[in-house]
Design a protein around this ligand. Structure first.
Ligand code: SAH
Length: 441
């Protein structure tokens, strides 16, 4: 059955059956279950190359021993890429040639989403920093080699302001105190900056003066949001939030398209590499302008929106209701008319499409760290796409899925790792799979 290109934009659909909340605002919130440079799932990724990753007595990062987030902070960049390449090769080499890593030219200060947890020392002096890996112990940090430098400077300014404003930082042990976290999101290409202050109560003392003082030091801030989190939880953001300066969100651009970033929106944390990753993914799809493409696990719609000018029709699917809203809005923002975003579990959606006898020419899939499901994949084979572009943040789960995909009529033509998280062990990979057999119809 042929699907006619729809003229309508991003409507809710009959396929909308699942609306499970997937919070994107927890400590590891970068990609629901995708890695952040701060909290890398070292266990799942295998604790390899211990020798080369060993920190020297004079580490270039004074916090490296306590923090533990950057396993390769003292490994030269070229060597880091070599180590990661060996790992990807070991896992994926049997499916095809693993090409060279797409590296960063300047692999530092790449994180445009920066989080600081606030606490105090014994004398009550405010401290800010990051959680020691796997604990709730705060490691005081002034500046981090991975984080956007403006963001770190804003956090330092806020820390310095708390005493004069008589604002008490939160104590996780007894639940007292107001000021819990600061989350900063920087639009790499727009220069817009959002500062999110996470408090236990909606009342920030001398709010107007606080905002004024912060803006005086950092006029580059474009919006400040007050978020209330009064729960004893490891989530950073609470449900309630209010803009106390500016619109309460920022925009950024990737591959020429504009995206709205709200406090809780998922958005890749390394914008320089994201641009390379998405461009490569769209290039690999070999679009001619006629194809029906499926963007599965679409988040806020990025890949499908970027690919849409080169496609006939884009069908996007995502489970997280907030992300779906953002994806629809982003499509409108860019005046994309050939895209429909469905809120559904990707596997269920694929089953429905397969049962309806639908076809897709190209499938983009960018699942969470755990990979896809057999149900998803078996339905995908029924849809019989010519090409599958698989983006993965876990070579382990990618290897499992490639085993199934390559046993069902596809071969891996290109395997390209992209360094999204320098100094950490994480490896992002984009794979082009093409059909090896022509299916009987
Ligand atoms: N492609 C997007 C987002 C990738 S992150 C981008 O590059 O920005 C993985 C996405 O998969 C998340 O947005 C998450 O909410 C979504 N997701 C997780 N499980 C899902 C499922 N079962 N069905 C559909 N989407 C799911």
């Amino acid at each position: 059955m042929e699907r006619k290109p729809k003229r309508k934009t991003t409507n809710t659909s009959e396929r909308k059956t699942v609306n499970k909340e997937r919070k994107v605002n927890n400590k590891t919130s970068d990609k629901n279950s995708k890695p952040s440079s701060k909290r890398v799932d070292t266990k799942a990724e295998g604790a390899k190359d211990k020798k080369t990753e060993k920190k020297t007595a004079t580490s270039r990062c004074p916090y490296s021993k306590k923090c533990g987030a950057c396993q390769m902070i003292d490994v030269p960049y070229k060597k880091q890429l070599q180590i990661k390449h060996e790992r990807v090769e070991k896992l994926l080499g049997k499916y095809g040639k693993v090409e060279a890593f797409m590296p960063m030219d300047n692999p530092e200060y790449y994180r445009c989403k920066v989080h600081a947890v606030f606490t105090h020392d014994r004398k009550g002096n405010p401290l800010s920093g990051i959680y020691k890996e796997g604990t709730h112990e705060v490691v005081p940090v002034d500046s981090c080699l991975l984080e956007n430098q403006k963001a770190d400077a804003i956090i330092a300014t806020i820390r310095g302001m708390l005493k004069s404003f008589k604002i008490k930082t939160y104590d996780e042990d007894n639940g007292y105190g107001l000021f819990r976290h600061v989350l900063i999101r920087v639009g790499h290409n727009t220069g817009e900056i959002m500062v999110i202050l996470v408090l236990t109560s909606p009342i920030l003392p001398s709010k107007n003066n606080f905002v004024k003082a912060l803006l005086k030091e950092h006029p580059e801030i474009t919006t400040i949001v007050l978020n209330v989190n009064d729960k004893h939880t490891s989530m950073i953001l609470g449900d309630k939030e209010k803009a106390i300066y500016g619109p309460g969100f920022i925009y950024d651009t990737v591959c020429g398209m504009k995206f709205k970033i709200s406090p809780k929106s998922f958005y890749q944390v390394n914008p320089v590499q994201t641009e390379k990753l998405y461009s490569k993914a769209v290039e690999l799809a070999g679009l001619t302008g006629k194809e029906t493409i499926l963007d599965c696990y679409c988040g806020v719609g990025t890949i499908g929106i970027i690919a849409s000018p080169k496609a006939g029709e884009v069908i996007s699917v995502e489970l997280n209701g907030d992300a779906v809203k953002d994806a629809r809005l982003n499509a409108k923002l860019n005046e994309i008319k050939n895209i429909t975003v469905y809120e559904n579990d990707a596997s269920k959606f694929m089953v429905q499409m397969a049962e309806a006898g639908d076809h897709a020419d190209v499938v983009f899939m960018d699942p969470p760290r755990s990979g896809s499901t057999e149900v998803f994949l078996s339905s995908m084979f029924k849809l019989n796409p010519d090409r599958v572009v698989y983006i993965s943040c876990s070579p382990d789960s990618l290897a499992n899925d490639l085993e199934i995909i390559t046993n069902n009529g596809y071969k891996a033509d290109r395997i390209i790792p992209v360094d999204m998280f320098p100094f950490t062990r994480s490896c992002e990979t984009v794979v082009l799979l093409t059909k090896t057999t022509v299916k009987e119809v």
